[in-house]
Design a protein. Structure first.
Length: 364
């Protein structure tokens, strides 16, 4: 799993995968998938063990791999063919690859070739599945894995009555957010956050192989040319999602700024339907979304059942107020017994803040 994590933020739309080649008590080679078009983890580990001319050279060896080896031609040849050719005796896989083209066929092919195959079970299997949450949700549901990130004060406010929110969280917390941005395929905000904060939404001060797609859900294309997103469009793609009926001339104008524009059906409130937005992003091969929008947008995605994970930064500040908002606006639970309980929740220090993370869904 540690090897697989080296590809975090680089492999989408492929999964995170790590592999080890072992004979007896000796680790012969290791590898991980670094990105689309590059060697898959199994082949990288085999080459690391015995070089590119590996046919028959791994007799008696075991390959440990975090995900079922692929058995089809894509950007690269099937890993099952390489494993069989290398002469390995046994393959131990962390989890089945749920992709329609694989989904157990890779393991079956290895068995048919006389390779002993074992699959992780119990807690270990759960962890392997969790590691590839975004990939697994995308290939099984056609929707991206959505993480809602927010910062709030100790009295549950995301801004003061005047709308000021800079900065609720500490510098250490903001740096951590940049890391999560770098690991995500897309960042999503609403038009309100765009107007209030004028964010860039880029990953900064952390290692970042590619900037995430920056998305604004903006029903009427209210974005201005002076927006920081427009000014930084050359640093990474910017997409504005509006509803049908928005004027073609206005769409053309926004596109002339270097911004992509897409239309989706409206929901009952006249704003872009959250599920339609998520489906559109999935069609762009977006598997992981970091939702950084305000309480109204977050509540809409929450009601639509799209949020899978929560990252909350709680700052030891009190602001009080009469109109300042909480992280989720709109109808909530009538009774505490009906409140949503996070799974696998963790609380830890982040500078002066408390960082709380947890999941709403089981691994896919």
């Amino acid at each position: 799993m540690v090897l697989a994590e080296r590809g975090r933020g680089c492999t989408s739309p492929n999964p995170l995968v790590g592999a080890l080649v072992v004979r007896g008590d000796e680790v012969l080679g290791e590898g991980y998938h670094a990105g689309p078009g590059q060697d898959h983890a199994e082949l990288a580990a085999i080459k690391n063990a015995v070089g590119a001319d590996f046919a028959g050279r791994l007799s008696g060896a075991t390959v440990y791999v975090t995900l079922e080896p692929c058995c089809h031609y894509g950007r690269t040849p099937p890993c099952t063919a390489a494993l069989i050719s290398s002469g390995v005796e046994r393959v131990v896989a962390g989890a089945v690859d749920p992709s329609p083209a694989v989904n157990g066929r890779g393991l079956d092919g290895l068995r048919e070739a006389g390779v002993q195959v074992d699959l992780a079970e119990g807690e270990l299997l759960y962890r392997f599945k969790r590691q590839n949450d975004a990939f697994r949700k995308a290939v099984t549901t056609g929707l991206p894995f959505v993480t809602y990130k927010y910062a709030m004060t100790l009295d549950g406010r995301v801004a003061t009555d005047s709308g000021d929110s800079r900065w609720i969280s500490s510098g250490e917390s903001r740096l951590l957010v940049h890391r999560y941005r770098a690991e995500s395929d897309a960042i999503v905000i609403g038009a309100g956050t765009l107007r209030r904060d004028d964010p860039r939404l880029t990953a900064r001060e952390v290692a970042c192989d590619r900037q995430p797609l920056r998305v604004v859900v903006d029903s009427r294309l209210s974005m201005t040319r002076e927006a920081a997103l427009v000014g930084t469009s050359k640093e990474g793609r910017v997409l504005v999602v509006c509803v049908g009926g928005t004027g073609e001339s206005r769409q053309s104008e926004v596109r002339s700024w270097g911004v992509e524009v897409a239309t989706v059906p409206a929901g009952s409130n006249g704003h872009p339907d959250p599920v339609e937005v998520a489906r559109y992003l999935a069609d762009l091969e977006v598997q992981s979304v970091l939702l950084e929008g305000g309480p109204t947008l977050a509540a809409a995605w929450w009601r639509a059942g799209l949020i899978d994970r929560v990252l909350a930064f709680v700052s030891p500040q009190l602001v009080g107020g009469k109109t300042c908002r909480s992280p989720l606006m709109g109808d909530g639970s009538a009774f505490m017994a009906d409140a949503t309980q996070l799974k696998e929740s963790i609380a830890q220090a982040s500078g002066r803040d408390v960082f709380i993370s947890g999941y709403l869904s089981e691994p896919y």
